[in-house]
Design a protein around this ligand. Structure first.
Ligand SMILES: NC(=O)c1ccc[n+]([C@@H]2O[C@H](COP(=O)([O-])OP(=O)(O)OC[C@H]3O[C@@H](n4cnc5c(N)ncnc54)[C@H](OP(=O)(O)O)[C@@H]3O)[C@@H](O)[C@H]2O)c1
Length: 335
């Protein structure tokens, strides 16, 4: 067998198309993984919109995947053959835990990704699939779970008893942030555009939440929760102006996305007087990924899956992201 089914994107604003393409080759220290399930991230949507750095077409998208190792390049890695794995999509992070190096890239652009029957990845990016998770559940984890883990623990230093605000609870990364913070011993509050998503967040364990579409959302939140030790935000936009008020003294505000655009002017006096930290973060290091998986195994956490589509319906699955109606991850059943 030399060809496989894959979902190919031929250019910006083109649909995702199911095609027969060659099975990728593997080199030394690489593994060929038979993908059982994959998952979407907002990144796939940005790429299709043509609004992502380093665009290259045609491309097989997909950063998230879980499957079974088919072949490896090099006898040293034979242990992995036949193993059920989840893939760390953070490729070539580099030597520094504090930030990614110049060779860092994300699986699924420029390298072909997981929306295919087979994907090639460095052996160092293979991890055993948690036993308590199905392939679909494991495939939901990597990019979002890693980003939320690093944001909360490695960057914001989450501690037992912290008060945490997760902004935009319906987002893929946000649902992980909610789950990680709860299992880390925090009290968690959320914002969302939809009452139903606030209710879903409460079902998962959030203590409260408000609609960020309400004019007085920040005041309502303060009444519910008091202040926050950690604010996790992937939206940016106008809402950020309220964070210096919402944060407790010593609070950490951590950003990793800009779905709602740029930020307005901030009351910088509150930033220094309250000893606040503004933190940026992106994905995570190999150590972050290993720690995230250990955390998932320790607490037997199951990711929230909004919907699962067959591989050939990848375009319909991505269209669901246009409306942002999902709560949790959108997964592809691949093989
Ligand atoms: N730097 C990194 O490593 C990294 C990693 C992952 C993601 N990201 C970025 O982070 C963002 C989120 O990613 P994702 O995969 O979680 O996307 P997603 O699943 O599409 O979630 C986006 C969520 O943002 C919320 N939102 C939209 N407008 C908002 C606003 N004005 N105020 C507050 N919340 C708002 C919505 O929450 P509700 O539905 O609850 O309203 C929406 O569901 C994207 O921009 C993505 O590119 C960056």
């Amino acid at each position: 067998m030399t060809t496989q089914k894959a979902i190919v994107l031929h250019g910006a604003n083109e649909p995702l198309i199911l095609k027969e393409v060659p099975i990728p080759a593997i080199g030394q220290d690489e593994a060929l993984v038979r993908v059982k399930a994959a998952a979407f991230n907002r990144r796939d949507w940005w790429i299709q919109q043509g609004r992502y750095a380093g665009l290259k077409f045609p491309i097989v998208l997909g950063s998230d995947g879980a499957g079974v190792v088919e072949r490896v390049g090099g006898d040293d890695h034979r242990y992995w053959v036949g193993r059920e794995v989840v893939i760390n999509p953070s490729l070539w992070w580099g030597d520094n835990e504090a930030f990614q190096g110049k060779s860092f890239r994300i699986l699924g652009l420029p390298d072909d990704g997981t929306f295919a029957e087979f994907v090639t990845v460095p052996v160092t990016n293979l991890h055993e699939k948690p036993d308590h998770l199905s392939f679909e559940e494991a495939a939901a984890l990597p990019l979002g779970g890693l980003t939320a883990y690093r944001a909360l623990f490695s960057r914001a230093g989450l501690k037992d008893g912290d008060n945490v605000l997760v902004v935009g609870a319906g987002g893929g990364v946000a649902t992980f942030a909610l789950q990680w913070a709860l299992h880390g011993g925090a009290r968690v509050f959320v914002t969302s555009s939809a009452p139903s998503k606030i209710e879903q967040a409460k079902t998962l364990g959030a203590e409260g939440g408000v609609l960020y579409t309400n004019e007085n959302w920040a005041k309502q939140l303060q009444e519910q929760a008091g202040g926050f030790d950690i604010i996790v935000d992937s939206a940016l936009g106008e809402g950020v102006a309220h964070y210096p008020d919402l944060a407790n003294p010593g609070g950490r505000i951590v950003f990793f996305g800009g779905t709602a655009g740029d930020i307005p002017a901030l009351n910088a006096r509150k930033l220094f007087w309250k000893q606040l930290s503004l933190l940026g973060t992106t994905m995570g290091s190999p150590a972050d990924f290993a720690a995230m998986l250990a955390f998932v195994n320790q607490h037997r956490i199951v990711p929230v899956i909004h919907a699962t589509y067959p591989l050939e319906e990848a375009e319909a699955a991505l269209r669901q992201m246009d409306r942002s109606t999902q709560f949790g991850k959108i997964v592809l059943n691949v093989s």
